[in-house]
Every structure is written in structure tokens, then in C-alpha cells.
Design a protein around this ligand. Structure first.
Ligand code: TEU
Length: 522
């Protein structure tokens, strides 16, 4: 019997529910749509779902603006739909982890509405960051912080007396006011939320902006070269040391539910600071985003893997691996798009699945979907587009609905062709239906690779050793089970290391591994 927790080598499948499957024909995916498509996940062979937010929300940031954290939004099917999903997933042996959003609420949350109505100095304002403005008339924001989506991180309100008044902080959209975790109600309510979902059978949480929440008390100015949709480690908006006390509080609650897992979204690059989130009494898992930031380059990949292993080793934690998600874009496009992008994505999937630890697959990754770069401006919905003054198109490109079947949009995703983002007509060859019939498709390949990862003893154990390789290739061997993974990111065919070949992402050429390909050997 293994004593490792279930998540320590799990394959998590990230479902962006708006885009997965639509059961009621409104052009927006929902939970009953997902429940009806669970067979796809069983077919693929994943262990758990990470569900992006489905709680009640005005959808200014598609669910990351939460108005009621303990109810499901009607657009996703309401409470009954998640109960059906949890039951059906568990019946198939698939765990469910939900997204929780502690850093901010929706501006439509009753707390924020109460804060607006209550006036300056009221306790209700203390649950958020309300401050007087600078300048003689308070007409300037309290500091120079910008929103991650662009524009200022402060919005001035109209006071109940009708005059312009205080400003409130929102690190993201203006509809996402930051919560003040120093107010005791905030933790108490979050505890209720965690217990509410755990009692209903949820197996854990992905914690949004887990390095946010705590802010320096004097809210000092940031450097003025901050870019949209990114931040560095010296940014005062994030990673304040007192955030760790919050994580210890969260962990103490989650520990009441054996087996439940927490996965933090921690955008911190320094390993020592990042690893602090994974101390034994904080998060179980943390996303490491380095592989999402680099090109298909052997040295960069080697460094990213080493870095992630070193970071987790600092706290004896479990590594996690991610090539893409709903924020960072799809790897097929990042690796150059077209046939080359697809070949490289397939090779990198093998590298990721060969690594020790937990893996996150973003819905559509198993189909080799690219980003949709030519969405017409009028359909763009990511708040980044408006807030950046139409300079950053934002993340809609990697959120286009999944093509399931048929020859034309909506490809079985919905019954209406009027899907919330339009689907490219040339995705007919990428549907699940087509790919299931084709043994050489990305989907068939993913399924085969996941099955090997699950069934074969060579994937056991933590740690790996690098073996001698040329500058544009890499070879590593898993320390426990002995699996060998080779990647050719160069231009010439690569001689395979010794061993029996069990999988290659592309056919060998004269016994050698062609460029843009990976191989597993035992
Ligand atoms: O993302 C937080 C976050 O910091 C990202 O916006 C990140 O800076 C950027 O994507 C890097 O490329 C989380 C969610 O994943 C995102 O979808 C939400 O919009 C955001 O929080 C606000 O809740």
C-alpha cells in the first residue's frame, strides 16, 4: 500500500466551465454539460478536475468576481447541478477541486454594497481597502498601484451624500474590490466557504492569487514600470509576509477533512520565497509557472525543471507541472503554432508527464488546440482589453469553447452557433469525435501517455538525474522507477539513449528521434 496522498502524482484536468460543454443552449458551458461529458475524462484517464469558478458572479472576470461564494451561479446550473457533478465524478473515481477566490469579492457582494452605503469610517468599509485620495480635494488615488488588467488599481466612489468621496483598491478589475484580511469577518466567512464545499464532498481547492490577500499597511508606491498581466517579486501589491498566517489558518481548516488538497496560485519567482507557501502547515501544492513562460528551447526547459525541483525540495514538497491555463495561453501557439507548434506541444506533454509530481492539463490541451489569435475585437470579453485602453487583447484567445463533434461551429459544444466566443470553422479536424477515431491524433496520444504514466512502475518515485546530452536535446532518468525521457529540441535527428522504447511523440527516422519530438524508454 502506498502512503502517498492521492494528489502527489495526480493528473488534474482543468475545466474552464464556460467553454467546456453547454447543456441548455445558451452558448455558455455549464455544469450539467460537464457532467454529461465526464466520459471524455474517463477515456482520457485523469484523476481529478480543477474547476474554474462557478459560484454566483456578475461575470465581470468570468467568475473570479464572486458575489456569493456558497452558491452556484444560475448560468452554470445552480446548486443542484454541482451536486449532480460531484456525485457523477466520484462514481467515476474522479476528484473535484474548486477554485476559491480569497483576495477579492465582486462589487455586487452584499459586503461591498453595504460598504458603499455605510459611509467613510464605518466598520463595513473595513472589510475592503477604502482610503481618502491624495491632493487638496482627494482627487488623486491613494498610491500609484495599477490593476493587473491595466489602469489604476483604485476607483473613486460617490458617497451616500452624492459627493465624490473615498477610493477603493482593486488589484484586478474595478468590479473586484480587494478584501481586507485584517478584518476578522473575512477569514470567518472564508472558513464557512471552505467547510461548505468540503461538507458537500469537494476534494480540495485551487486558491486564486494565493500570494495576494495581505498588503503592506502603509500601501507604499510601486515602481512605475509595472506591466499588464504580470508582476515581479519586488511588487508591493503581492507576496507580503503576513499572507502566510492566512495560509496557516486555511490549512488548519482543510486538515479537518482528510485527503482534501489545497493548490495555490503563487506567482513568486524567487525559490526561497515561493517555497514558504509550501511549508508543512501551509499549502499542499503550489503552481510553478516557469514552463508556461519559456520557448521550446532545451536549455530553458532544463533550467525550468531544475528550478521547480529545487524550489519544492526546499520544503520537501511535491512538484507540479503546467504548460498552459486560462491565463497564460496555449503551448501550441507559444511554440510557434501550426504543425511545428503541435509537434512540440506533443513532445512537451511527454516531458511533463515523465516528471515526478502532480500535473495539470488545461482543457483542449489534449486536443492540441491553438490560441485563437484573430478573435474580432467586438467579441473580446477579458476586462484586460478595456482596462488596457485596447492595447492588450487579453486571455480570451485561450478560452474558446471545446470542439466535440461535427463539421461546423458550434461543434457539439452547444445547440446554438452563437457561442460566448466564436469557434473557428477550421477546428473541424480537431474535434474529440474525429480525434478518437484517429490512433495518431493528439487525443489518442495523450490517452496512451496517461495510461502508461498510470500503469507502469517506471514512473514511480521522486527525483531525477540528467544524462549527457547535446546543447539542444535533453535526457533525464527518474531516480525511482528508472523511466528515461529524451527530448529533441534541435534541428538534427537525435540518437536515442539505451533502453526499450515505449512511446515516441513522432515516428523514429532511421532509428533516431526526429527534431521536435520526445521519447520514453525503460
Ligand atoms: O490570476 C491572477 C494573476 O495574477 C494573473 O492575472 C497573472 O498575473 C497573469 O495571468 C499572468 O499571466 C487569477 C486567475 O487565474 C485569473 O483568471 C483571474 O483573472 C485573476 O486571478 C483575478 O481573480
Amino acid at each position: 500500500m502506498s502512503h502517498e496522498p492521492w494528489w502527489s502524482s495526480a493528473v488534474f484536468y482543468q475545466v474552464y466551465p464556460r467553454s467546456f460543454a453547454d447543456s441548455d443552449g445558451d452558448g455558455i458551458g455549464d455544469l450539467d454539460g460537464l457532467t454529461a461529458r465526464l466520459e471524455h475524462l474517463t477515456y482520457l484517464g485523469v484523476d481529478a478536475i480543477w474547476l474554474n469558478p462557478v459560484t454566483v458572479s456578475p461575470m465581470a472576470d468570468h467568475g473570479y468576481d464572486v458575489a456569493d461564494p456558497r452558491d452556484i451561479d444560475p448560468v452554470f446550473g445552480g446548486m443542484a447541478a454541482i451536486e449532480r457533478l460531484i456525485a457523477a465524478a466520484h462514481q467515476r473515481g474522479i476528484k473535484i477541486t474548486m477554485d476559491v477566490v480569497p483576495n477579492h469579492s465582486s462589487s455586487q457582494h452584499p459586503w461591498f454594497q453595504a460598504a458603499l452605503a455605510a459611509g467613510p469610517g464605518a466598520d463595513a468599509r473595513g472589510r475592503y481597502y477604502f482610503r481618502d485620495g491624495r491632493g487638496p480635494l482627494g482627487e488623486l488615488p491613494p498610491n500609484n498601484w495599477t490593476s493587473v488588467f491595466g489602469g489604476p488599481a483604485w476607483t473613486r466612489i460617490v458617497e451616500p451624500d452624492g459627493n465624490p468621496g473615498q477610493w477603493y483598491l482593486h488589484l484586478f478589475d474595478a468590479e473586484q474590490p480587494d478584501l481586507n484580511w485584517e478584518h476578522p469577518d473575512v477569514f470567518d466567512d472564508f472558513e464557512k466557504t471552505l467547510r461548505f464545499w468540503l461538507e458537500r464532498g469537494v476534494d480540495g481547492f485551487r486558491i486564486d492569487v494565493a500570494h495576494g490577500m495581505a498588503k503592506p499597511s502603509d500601501l507604499p508606491d510601486a515602481k512605475d514600470d509595472v506591466k499588464v498581466l504580470s508582476h515581479s517579486d519586488d511588487d508591493p501589491r503581492f507576496n507580503h509576509p503576513s499572507v502566510h498566517e492566512i495560509h496557516r489558518g486555511i490549512r488548519a481548516i482543510v486538515d479537518d477533512y482528510p485527503g482534501a488538497v489545497t493548490i495555490g496560485e503563487v506567482w513568486v519567482m524567487d525559490n526561497a520565497r515561493w517555497a514558504e507557501y509550501l511549508r508543512a502547515d501551509e499549502l499542499h501544492l503550489g503552481f510553478n509557472f516557469r514552463l508556461t513562460k519559456i520557448d521550446f528551447d532545451a536549455t530553458a526547459i532544463h533550467d525550468a525543471i531544475d528550478n521547480s525541483l529545487a524550489a519544492t525540495a526546499l520544503e520537501n514538497a511535491t512538484p507540479t507541472w503546467t504548460l498552459s491555463n486560462h491565463d497564460v495561453g496555449r503551448e501550441v501557439t507559444r511554440y510557434g503554432g501550426g504543425e511545428a507548434g503541435l509537434r512540440r506541444a506533443r513532445a512537451m506533454a511527454m516531458v511533463m508527464l515523465a516528471l515526478p509530481g502532480a500535473v495539470f492539463v488545461y482543457n483542449g490541451e489534449e486536443l492540441g488546440l491553438p490560441d485563437v489569435l484573430d478573435l474580432p475585437e467586438e467579441v473580446l470579453q477579458d476586462p484586460t482589453w478595456e482596462r488596457s485602453g485596447h492595447t492588450e487583447r487579453g486571455r480570451d484567445r485561450c478560452r474558446v469553447p471545446i470542439p466535440w463533434s461535427g463539421e461546423a461551429p458550434p461543434f457539439g459544444f452547444s445547440t446554438t452557433a452563437d457561442t460566448w466566443l466564436p469557434m473557428p470553422a477550421d477546428w473541424a479536424a480537431l474535434t474529440v469525435e474525429k480525434q478518437r477515431e484517429d490512433p495518431d491524433s493528439m487525443l489518442s496520444f495523450f490517452r496512451r501517455a496517461l495510461k502508461m504514466r498510470r500503469d507502469r512502475c517506471e514512473f514511480a518515485g521522486g527525483g531525477l538525474d540528467w544524462q549527457a546530452a547535446t546543447r539542444d536535446t535533453l535526457i533525464f532518468r527518474r531516480r525511482g522507477g528508472g523511466l528515461v525521457c529524451a527530448l529533441n529540441a534541435g534541428r538534427r535527428a537525435m540518437a536515442l539513449p539505451p533502453g526499450e522504447l515505449i512511446l515516441a511523440s513522432a515516428p523514429l527516422v532511421d532509428g533516431k528521434l526526429p527534431p521536435d519530438a520526445a521519447a520514453w524508454l525503460v
